[in-house]
Design a binder for this molecule. Sequence first.
Ligand code: NIG
Ligand code: FE
Length: 405
Amino acid sequence: MENIDILIKNANELITLKGPNRPRIMEELKNLSIIKNGSIAIKDSKIIDIGKNLKYKAEKIIDASGKTVLPGFIDPHTHVVFAGSREFELDMKLKGLSYMDILNSGGGIFYTVNKTRKASEKDLLSQSICRLDKMLTYGTTTCEAKSGYGLNIESEMKILKVQEKLNKEHKIDIVSTFLGAHAIPKEYKVDEYVDIIINDMLPKIRGLANFCDVFCEKGVFTVEQSRHILEAGKDYNLTPKLHADEIVDTGGALLSSQIGAISADHLLMSSDKGLRQMAKKRIIGVLLPGTPFSLMQNIYAPARKMIDFGVPVALATDLNPNCWTENMQFIIQLACLNMKMTPAEAITGATFNAACALGLNDSIGSLEMGKQADIIILDCPNYKFLPYHIGVNLVDTVIKKGTIV
Ligand code: NIG
Ligand code: FE
């Protein structure tokens, strides 16, 4: 009998998400490939076997009777590195100010930029570690992190370097996105700033990011400016991502399909034409229901329509000072209760399709032989509890790269 590190056995439901290794769509989103009374064998940070009643000599045996086992959550859209907080904005929102009102009066992103520019690398690091620790507790084992609260070369570099350090030092794997185009700093006219992003920032951030993102929105960056920045990013091997059609439909979804983006995110206002093109090109729609929830909007991304069109949908927290949650379980709850996704669709969106949105589906996102052992055990008998037993942390155990954390 082979010696292994960990054997998880008797899982009431072992949610494997075994299936095609590409963004999943339509009915595929509902297929979680569940093994009843399942076991997983883990050795050297990998899943070496998966099935029923596995027999191994293991250093550690976890009895998961009555529990649900699934891949660690993957959070494919966060702004986890920032300084300060914006709890005072709730009073402004309650008075009827919109997200854009607050931003245009110099608050919102600009408030956080101010704080983040002043913060030392050490401060940013320690504030971000607290957030990542929480994420891990709530079952997130990999996340994306965007720059974007620097808006000048020094501060954008500072954030990206903090992200690099976090990836090395923290248990959570962190994938970096350059979001220099998050807002237009007061010092510049928009065209000047686009020029700085393309000619100063992109050459200097080489090696510090995998993706390039733009806040493509009315009053921020136009579709043409976004296209320009994302095309330039491609020359530096940065795959495009987009904050698209969050407040107004400016054609962000359509742009994502023309530019070869891996994902377009938010998508509350996207046109049917844009969504259909995303479906055709299999561009992942990353839905962020925490954001409209925090803004007290009663409008969410049209998840049902997107799924009907064949858009591969994923879910993320959007963790940022306007929508501060580290908790993907909460996002799954919002996805089901406010966007009418089924529990199974939401789980696929928070695991496998989220891995696809980061280009990591070869190694994570499902529990299959040879994949990295990023696994969570929930203290509930089946996956339907996730959007049902709400407002608590259902995570009992988190295993990252084969180690219990
Ligand atoms: O995805 N909308 C633009 N960017 C972030 C929010 C950033 C902020 O408000 O600090 C988002 O929601
Ligand atoms: Fe965002």
